[in-house]
Every structure is written in structure tokens, then in C-alpha cells.
Write a protein that binds this ligand. Structure first.
Ligand code: HEM
Length: 517
């Protein structure tokens, strides 16, 4: 009896404290009403945008919800992210800049993903990893190598498709598998060593990325139960957490140490950077990376690369298939630049000439960004627009609503690549007048996505490879289906692929009427 009374008193005191803190919180914002322990889980689940779409009108540009006991602020207007997305050059002092650089919470230490960049709470360790991976991911040499490997893999699929008149496939599954192959080839090189099938790698990438949203949004009590009962099973199954990647790193390190020439993939490049076997691109004052650092960084990059670009390309295909005019313009440009040879290699230089393809990719990332949110935790205290925030405040920046804000974009719901084209190239030039941070598909500031250039290159390449040779038709007329699990993951996206017939006149409204295909 006494125990029940004591528990009752403790709960009463906790509830009183909880709601006292809630009703006296600074800067109260619109949002669902929270419950102790589970916060707004019942209303929001793990998908904040669904609640926002149903309950918030366009005039609300900042709102809040509760992940368990943690208050999460959701800015949806570019004006709130000026400081959060402050670039390195704009900031006078690094410590000031670092205030908005964290994404981590204590739970990640138990999961063991804190040694990479995504959830690294130690600013100096993050900076060290980030320098290594940026050096490789942003290099032109890596981009060229990436283009070559991707096209080699794509050609294998072409061979199969070209044997048939029509192929019907679930494109979301196909792209995931293709992405797993390209990513493994460019990140750790062939052969697969002791990795499982590409199919299981793509599934593991999806789970790994989804785990981030779970760890961020689920109440701590639920995460603790999961850690106790379920995490070890996940760890055993996951190629990213179970040590498989570590053993590949060790093998490659031994081989390079015993004289094998490093290949041009991310793993080999990380192994040799700042080691004696590499004279090129030395990073000042840093020791080479150890196996543990390389492991987490590779896991993050493989998973981030498969999940983001793959889903973005599904959205691109969907938007092109739904908009015949965009399809025509795309094919016209491809024909103008690549001619009728549908098998030629796409090079870095030819990609740069494709203005419409570039605009199409950028509009896809604006209209249907695969990474709609971005978590940042404030380190010190600071202000965003008129609000002042205390240390430890969580911000879930709604990149998707920022990029669809009617204040900044004309008819934002309309898919219109012309926004990203100059008048000279037939567009409206809307993008060139965009406010700072009005277009943020890759986040911004110090921890902006380091894979952004490679992602754009890959999306442009895939658009060209598909649409120069194949007709793509949606199997049904439904809207594209996707679920938010850190990335917007597309599923059940059925399309028909058939090879274009030679001599078909397809470009009639764009000056190619007399040109055979
Ligand atoms: C369309 C494709 C992609 C989109 C939309 C995207 C988007 C994002 C966003 C929004 C962030 C958070 C940035 C911030 O907090 O400001 C991010 C971070 C990151 N992305 Fe991407 N990304 C894409 C492709 C890639 C690719 C291809 C790679 C790797 C090759 C990659 C690797 C990473 C990594 C490692 C981070 C964490 C950076 C850090 O914390 O320092 N991403 N990405």
C-alpha cells in the first residue's frame, strides 16, 4: 500500500513539474498537446510532416512537438535558419559556428555510431572525419571514377532489358539494388569480399537510416526497451553494425601494407590519406584514420548514398512520367547533346552542358526532397529571428516546407524545372532571385551534405541513361507512395520500360521534327 502511495506521489509530482514546465516554456509555439513520458507520439508518430499537413495552415512558419520529454522546434521558413545554416566563411569564430553543428544525443553512444560525422558530438573529432571524407567525395577525380563505374553497372542492366520488348518492374526495389551495386563499387571496390548479397545491403541501408529517425523521435523509454530486447538482433543482422565492414577494412589495410596498389575507391583513399604511401592531398596536422573511424564513416556514406539518391531518382522518374512537356524538353536536350547514339559514354564534360537535366534534378530535390528534415541541437544559447533559445534546444528544420514556401516560390506545388533555368535557356530564372536558404535540399552551413556534388552528378547521369534510350510509363495513375524513415522511402513504384524505336519522331515541338531518333 505504501509503495502504491509513494509511486502515486512521485507520479503526481512528476506530472505537476512536467506541465508546469510546459505551460511556462519560453516562446510557446503551435503544436500538439504533449503527454508525460511519450510526448506527442500519439499525434505525430514518427512522421511530423503528416501532422503538420493536416493541422497547420500556410501562415504557421514555426511549430513544436515533443519527442518524449524533449521539446523539438520545427522551423519552416528560411528566415529562421540563417544562423543554423551559417557557412564556415561567414562565421567569425569557429566556436560560434559550432553552436548549431550537433545532431547527437547520448543514446547514440550505446548504438556505436558516434565515430563518424552524422552523430558525432565531439566537434574536433567530427571535423577530423569530415576533412577526410570531404577531400575524397568532393574531388573531381572521384566524380570521374564514379561516372565510369556507374555506367559499367548500368550497361549490365541494359543488356537484360534490351532482350525484351517491355519490362515491368518495381522501380523502387530496382533502384535500391542498383544503388547498392554502384555504392559498393565506388566506396569499397569490387569484389564484395565477405559482404552479403546486394539485396541485403540495400535493405540494411534502409534499416540503418530509418534507425536514425527512431532514435531521434521515439521516447527514451521506448528506445531503452528496444535497446534491451531488440538491438542485439538488429546488430547481428546489420552489415553496418556487425563488424563486416571492419573486417573488410582490416583486409584492405593488410594488402596495402604488403605492397598492393591502392584502388580509386573511398576505402582505399581513406586508408592512404596522410599515410606514408600517399603524397597527394595531405591534410595538415592529422594522423591517418584508424579502422574504427573508417568503419563508421563508410557505413554512414554507404547508407546515406543508397537511401537518398535512389529515392530522389524515383521522384524524378515519377515527375517526368507525369509531365509530358518536361519529358519532351528532357529528351530534346539529351538528343541535342548526345545525338542518336544511345550507348556512348556520358562524361563529366557532357554532363556540364546539360542545363535542362540539371534544372530537372534541382526541381526534383525542391519539390520532392528525399531528406525532408534536418536535426540540429543548439550547443550554447542563441537566437533565430525574434526567438531566443537556451542550450540544448532541438531544431528539426523542415527543409521541405522551406522549399515549398509560397512566400519565396511561385506556385510551389507545381513541378517546374524552368525555375532553375535562365531566360536564355527558356526558363524564368526564379532561382537566381531566391532568398538565402530558400533552397536547401542538402541542408546548409558547416555540416551541409558532403555528398551533394556526387548526388547531383548521379541523378543527372541516371536521367540521361534512362530517358535517351527507354520509354518509361507508370503502371497505374496513383500518386507515388512513400514513407518517412529519416529519408522519404518510395515503395511499390511500378513502371514499364521499353526501348525507344529508332526513327520515331519524338521531339516534334522542340525543333527536331525531321531528325530520326
Ligand atoms: C539527393 C541526394 C542527397 C540528399 C538530398 C542529401 C541530403 C542531406 C542532408 C539534408 C544532410 C544534412 C545536412 C545538414 O545537417 O545541414 C546530409 C548529410 C550528409 N550526407 Fe547527404 N544527401 C544526399 C546524398 C548523399 C550522398 C550521395 C552521400 C555520400 C556519398 C551523402 C552523405 C552525407 C553525409 C556523410 C552527411 C552527414 C554530414 C555531416 O554530418 O557532417 N549524402 N545529406
Amino acid at each position: 500500500m505504501e509503495i502504491i502511495t509513494s509511486v502515486g506521489i512521485i507520479l503526481f509530482l512528476y506530472f505537476t513539474y512536467y506541465y508546469y514546465s510546459y505551460f511556462t516554456r519560453p516562446n510557446p509555439l503551435p503544436g500538439p498537446f504533449p503527454l508525460p513520458f511519450i510526448g506527442t507520439l500519439l499525434q505525430i508518430g514518427l512522421e511530423p510532416h503528416k501532422w503538420a499537413e493536416k493541422n497547420l495552415n500556410d501562415s504557421i512558419d514555426i511549430w513544436e512537438f515533443y519527442a518524449g520529454p524533449i521539446r523539438v522546434i520545427v522551423p519552416c521558413d528560411a528566415k529562421y535558419v540563417d544562423k543554423i545554416y551559417l557557412s564556415y566563411n561567414e562565421s567569425k569564430s569557429l566556436s560560434k559556428e559550432a553552436m548549431f553543428s550537433k545532431r547527437g544525443v547520448a543514446i547514440y553512444d550505446e548504438v556505436g555510431i558516434q565515430n563518424g560525422v552524422v552523430f558525432n558530438n565531439d566537434f574536433h573529432k567530427w571535423k577530423r572525419s569530415r576533412q577526410f571524407i570531404t577531400k575524397v567525395l568532393m574531388s573531381k577525380k572521384h566524380h570521374i571514377e564514379f561516372l565510369n563505374s556507374s555506367q559499367k553497372i548500368f550497361k549490365e542492366y541494359e543488356k537484360q532489358w534490351d532482350k525484351n520488348d517491355i519490362i515491368t518492374l518495381d522501380f523502387s526495389k530496382w533502384i535500391s539494388l542498383y544503388k547498392a551495386k554502384v555504392t559498393i563499387a565506388t566506396v569499397i571496390g569490387q569484389p564484395l569480399y565477405n559482404l552479403p548479397s546486394f539485396d541485403s545491403i540495400s535493405r540494411a541501408a534502409s534499416e540503418y537510416v530509418a534507425m536514425f529517425a527512431f532514435l531521434v523521435f521515439a521516447p527514451k523509454i521506448i528506445i531503452s526497451i528496444f535497446m534491451f530486447f531488440g538491438f542485439n538482433t538488429i546488430k547481428k543482422e546489420s552489415v553496418f553494425l556487425n563488424g563486416t565492414i571492419r573486417s573488410i577494412i582490416q583486409k584492405r589495410r593488410d594488402k596495402i601494407m604488403s605492397g598492393s596498389t591502392p584502388n580509386f575507391n573511398l576505402l582505399d583513399l581513406l586508408l592512404i590519406t596522410n599515410s606514408s604511401s600517399n603524397s597527394e592531398g595531405y591534410i595538415e596536422g592529422e594522423q591517418p584514420m584508424n579502422d574504427e573511424e573508417i568503419e563508421t564513416n563508410l557505413a554512414e556514406i554507404i547508407a546515406a548514398s543508397i537511401e537518398t539518391t535512389g529515392n530522389a531518382f524515383c521522384f524524378l522518374v515519377y515527375n517526368v512520367a507525369k509531365n509530358p512537356l518536361n519529358h519532351e524538353k528532357l529528351c530534346a536536350e539529351i538528343f541535342k547533346i548526345f545525338g542518336s547514339d544511345t550507348n556512348s559514354m556520358v562524361t563529366y564534360e557532357t554532363l556540364e552542358k546539360c542545363h535542362y537535366v540539371d534544372a530537372l534534378v534541382k526541381e526534383t530535390l525542391r519539390n520532392s526532397n528525399p531528406v525532408p528534415y534536418n536535426l540540429r541541437v543548439l550547443d550554447g544559447d542563441d537566437s533565430t529571428d525574434k526567438f531566443h533559445w537556451s542550450p540544448g534546444t532541438w531544431f528539426l528544420i523542415d527543409n521541405q516546407r522551406i522549399m515549398n514556401n509560397p512566400k519565396y516560390w511561385n506556385e510551389p506545388m507545381k513541378f517546374n524545372p524552368g525555375r532553375f533555368l535562365s531566360e536564355e535557356h527558356g526558363g524564368t530564372n526564379e532561382f537566381s532571385n531566391m532568398c538565402k536558404n530558400g533552397y536547401v535540399p542538402f541542408g546548409g552551413g558547416l555540416i551541409i551534405c558532403p555528398g551533394r556534388n556526387i548526388a547531383i552528378i548521379e541523378l543527372k547521369l541516371l536521367a540521361i541513361l534512362f530517358f535517351r534510350k527507354y520509354n518509361i510509363e507508370l503502371v497505374n495513375n496513383e500518386s507515388i507512395k512513400y514513407v518517412y524513415r529519416t529519408a522519404n522511402q518510395v515503395h511499390d513504384f511500378m513502371i514499364k520500360i521499353s526501348q525507344k524505336k529508332k526513327n520515331n519522331i519524338v521531339y516534334n515541338s522542340f525543333g527536331f521534327k525531321d531528325q530520326p531518333y
